[in-house]
Design a protein around this ligand. Structure first.
Ligand code: SF4
Length: 271
């Protein structure tokens, strides 16, 4: 029986892999990392944060087994252009194509369902996501090692990897709740994008420009940052959102952005 750990480059999937190793040993483990860009693409804002690759390379060997690096050779904006659709919280062709289908294709070519168990980093605070996830991966069997006691917080997991001398992914220290797509995510909320704009304005500008290009290609504006004002829901593009932040600052107003609206991101889990 092979044990396939979906490593995302975040701390949760690493900790899940460590629990698999603690229970079964390393011999049958295969770690799969699905990249959101071509492997040799060095663009600073495409794919994952540079520090994610550092974290992945430094940390995976403590889980042991092998590491398979899977890439369909595209980045998220190429996917949106191909499907002619701006992804959002409800529909995410980016993670479907670059993560879930890429991993499934890799697994199906090599293993029958009875030959492997899949392991995902959903933890005890997200147990509600596990049911849909199990359905999605059928007929393969999926386990969630972090759902079980002893319960670990994200900080517990970061301290765990740091005991091996590996620094936690830098995005956590920069206030990001996840370490996917370099701090960008079509499923993120206003607070998340505010943080991206403040912490990494160049990366924000890259995504803003790509979104404007996409709107031209598909011939309509289809923004996804959800903002509720007086019970009225509006959707803002990255450009409109940035201008709103700048306007507040210009007027010395307290920001009108809901900083608590972080949104969710789980490329493998939100199926
Ligand atoms: S992190 Fe967000 S934007 Fe990136 S692939 Fe996953 S769902 Fe898409």
């Amino acid at each position: 029986m092979k044990r396939i750990v979906f490593l995302s480059g975040g701390i949760g999937s690493w900790a899940a892999g460590m629990r698999v190793k603690e229970k079964y040993g390393s011999d049958d483990i295969i770690n799969i990392f699905t990249d959101t860009k071509k492997k040799n693409d060095r663009h600073p804002h495409r794919g994952e944060d540079q520090d994610l690759y550092r974290f992945l390379n430094e940390s995976w060997s403590y889980i042991g087994g092998g590491l398979e690096w899977v890439s369909v050779g595209k980045h998220i904006w190429q996917v949106f252009e191909e499907v002619r659709y701006m992804a959002n919280t409800r529909l995410d062709p980016c993670s479907r194509i670059l993560k879930r289908e890429a991993a499934r294709n890799w697994i199906e070519k090599r293993f029958a369902p009875e030959e492997v168990t899949l392991y995902l980093g959903i933890d005890w605070t997200e147990e509600h996501r596990s049911k849909k996830c199990r359905e999605y991966w059928k007929p393969y069997q999926v386990e969630f090692p972090l759902i079980n006691e002893p319960y670990l917080s994200k900080e517990d997991m970061c301290l765990w990897v740091e005991r091996y001398g590996v620094n936690r992914p830098r995005l956590y220290d920069m206030g990001f709740s996840h370490n996917n797509c370099g701090g960008f995510c079509v499923k993120a909320g206003q607070g998340h994008f505010y943080n991206l704009l403040k912490q990494m304005p160049e990366r924000y500008a890259y995504h803003e420009a790509k979104q404007e290009e996409l709107f031209l290609v598909i011939g309509k504006r289809f923004p996804f940052i959800r903002r509720t004002v007086d019970k009225q829901i509006n959707y803002l593009s990255l450009k409109e959102f940035r201008k709103l932040v700048e306007k507040d600052e210009l007027n010395n107003n307290e920001t009108s952005i809901d900083l608590m609206d972080i949104g969710g991101c789980g490329c493998f889990n939100d199926v």
